[in-house]
Design a protein around this ligand. Structure first.
Ligand code: GLA
Length: 392
C-alpha cells in the first residue's frame, strides 16, 4: 500500500507547463563549450533589449560545459573558471530580467562533452537545481551504455517532481528510443532526431543533419505532439552562418508549423535587422503558439514543392508552400480543398477550405485576396511562403 502511494505521488511530471511550445535561447548551436557567466548575462540583457522577450521568448538555457566536477558530498560543481559566481547567482540575474533560467545535464555518467552526468545523482541534482531556481532542464543521453532510456528519464522526472519546483523537462535522446510512443507522461518535450547542423541540406557521418533532413523526419510524428508534450526537431540555426536569409526564414516558418520549441541558437547581441525580423515576426510566432497545438500536416508533396497545413484554434488555417528546388517556381493553383486528417488516432478531422477564405501573407503582413481565385506567387529557391487563411 505504501509503495503504491509513493508511486502515485512521484510518477508524474508537472502538468501545467508549456501548454504552447517553449520559447527561449540556448547556448549550444552558436557557442558550444565556449560559455561563461558573463556571456549568459549578456544574452539575458540582449533578450530584453532586442525585443525578443516582448515577442514571447522567455527561457535562457545554458547547454553543456557549465559543470566541472562533484564535491566530496557528491554535489555538482560549476566550472570555477567560467562560472565563478556560481549558478544560483546567474539564475537570480536571469530572473531579475523577468526571464526564466534553464540548465543542462545528461542521464548517463558523463555529458556529451565529458563533464559529470547525473546517473546515480538524479535526486541530489534535482534538489540542487530547485535550490538554484532552475526552470528548465535539458537532459541528454551520452555515456548511457546499458541504461534503459525509459527508466532513466522517468527517474529524473520523479526526482524533479520530488524536488517540488516546476521545471520544464526536455528530453534529448535524439529519438533513438522512439520517445513519442512513451514519453508523454515523462517529459514536456523530446528530441526527435540527432543534432541539427547549420545547413539547409546536409548529413554528417555522426548523425547530425540539415534543416530539410530533420523536416522529413517529422512528418509521421505529428500525431504525438500536443499541448504540454511536444516533438522537438532541435534548436534554431536562424542567424548562424550556414543558412541564407531566405533559408533562415523558411527554417523558422517550418519550425513554427511543426509546433517546435522556438529555442534561438544565435548570438542575440549582434543579430542583423533581417534576422531579428524573422525571429520576432509576431504573426508567424502566433502560428507556433496557437493553443490548439496541432502539428502541421504535409498536405501535398509534389517533389520539389510541398504544401503544409496547420489548423488553428479559431478555425483559420496556416498554409505554407515550400520550394525545395534550386530554381524559382511559379505557383498558380487553387487553395480550395477538403481533406481528412487521421493522424491523431482515434480522432479524425475534416478540413475544408472553400472560396470564402481571406489570404494573408505572414512574412509581409499583407492581405492577398481570397481563395475564390487561384493563388499565384513566384517562390524563390528554398523559400517557404507562409499564409493565414481566415473565413470571411
Ligand atoms: C548532444 C545534444 C546537443 C548538445 C550537445 C552538448 O549532442 O544533442 O543538443 O546538447 O550534446 O554536448
Amino acid at each position: 500500500m505504501l509503495v503504491l502511494c509513493a508511486q502515485t505521488v512521484f510518477a508524474q511530471k508537472f502538468e501545467e507547463l508549456v501548454k504552447t511550445p517553449p520559447m527561449g535561447w540556448n547556448s549550444w548551436n552558436q557557442f558550444g563549450c565556449r560559455i561563461t557567466e558573463q556571456l549568459v548575462r549578456e544574452m539575458a540583457d540582449a533578450m530584453v533589449s532586442s525585443g525578443m522577450k516582448d515577442a514571447g521568448y522567455e527561457y535562457i538555457v545554458i547547454d553543456d560545459c557549465w559543470q566541472r566536477s562533484r564535491d566530496s558530498a557528491g554535489n555538482i560543481v560549476a566550472d570555477p573558471k567560467t562560472f565563478p559566481s556560481g549558478i544560483k547567482s546567474l539564475a537570480d540575474y536571469v530572473h531579475s530580467k523577468g526571464l526564466k533560467f534553464g540548465i543542462y545535464s545528461d542521464g548517463g555518467t558523463m555529458t556529451c562533452a565529458g563533464r559529470p552526468g547525473s546517473s546515480g545523482y538524479e535526486f541530489q541534482d534535482a534538489r540542487t537545481y530547485a535550490s538554484w531556481g532552475v526552470d528548465y532542464l535539458k537532459y541528454d543521453w551520452c555515456h548511457s551504455e546499458g541504461q534503459s532510456a525509459k527508466a532513466s528519464y522517468s527517474l529524473m522526472r520523479d526526482a524533479l517532481f520530488k524536488a517540488k519546483r516546476p521545471i520544464v523537462f526536455s528530453m534529448c535522446e535524439w529519438g533513438s528510443n522512439e520517445p513519442w510512443l512513451w514519453a508523454k507522461d515523462v517529459a514536456h518535450l523530446w528530441r526527435t532526431t540527432g543534432d541539427i547542423s547549420d545547413c539547409w541540406s546536409c548529413e554528417s557521418n555522426w548523425g547530425s543533419s540539415g534543416v530539410m533532413q530533420i523536416l522529413d523526419q517529422q512528418v509521421k510524428l505529428r500525431g504525438y505532439s500536443g499541448p504540454g508534450h511536444w516533438n522537438d526537431p532541435d534548436m534554431l540555426e536562424v542567424g548562424n552562418d550556414g543558412l541564407t536569409q531566405v533559408e533562415a526564414r523558411a527554417h523558422f516558418g517550418l519550425w513554427c508549423m511543426l509546433n517546435a520549441p522556438l529555442m534561438a541558437g544565435n548570438d542575440l547581441r549582434s543579430m542583423s535587422k533581417e534576422i531579428a525580423q524573422i525571429l520576432m515576426n509576431e504573426e508567424v510566432i502566433a502560428i507556433n503558439q496557437d493553443e490548439l497545438g496541432r502539428q502541421a500536416l504535409k498536405w501535398m508533396d509534389y517533389g520539389d514543392l510541398e504544401i503544409w497545413l496547420k489548423p488553428l484554434a479559431n478555425g483559420d488555417f496556416a498554409l505554407g508552400i515550400l520550394n525545395r528546388s534550386d530554381q524559382k517556381i511559379s505557383f498558380n493553383k487553387s487553395l480550395q480543398f477538403t481533406t481528412y486528417d487521421t493522424d491523431f488516432k482515434p480522432k479524425s478531422y475534416t478540413y475544408k477550405i472553400d472560396g470564402d477564405f481571406a489570404i494573408r501573407d505572414l512574412w509581409n503582413h499583407k492581405q492577398l485576396g481570397t481563395t475564390k481565385e487561384n493563388f499565384k506567387a513566384e517562390i524563390e529557391s528554398h523559400d517557404f511562403i507562409l499564409l493565414r487563411l481566415s473565413k470571411k
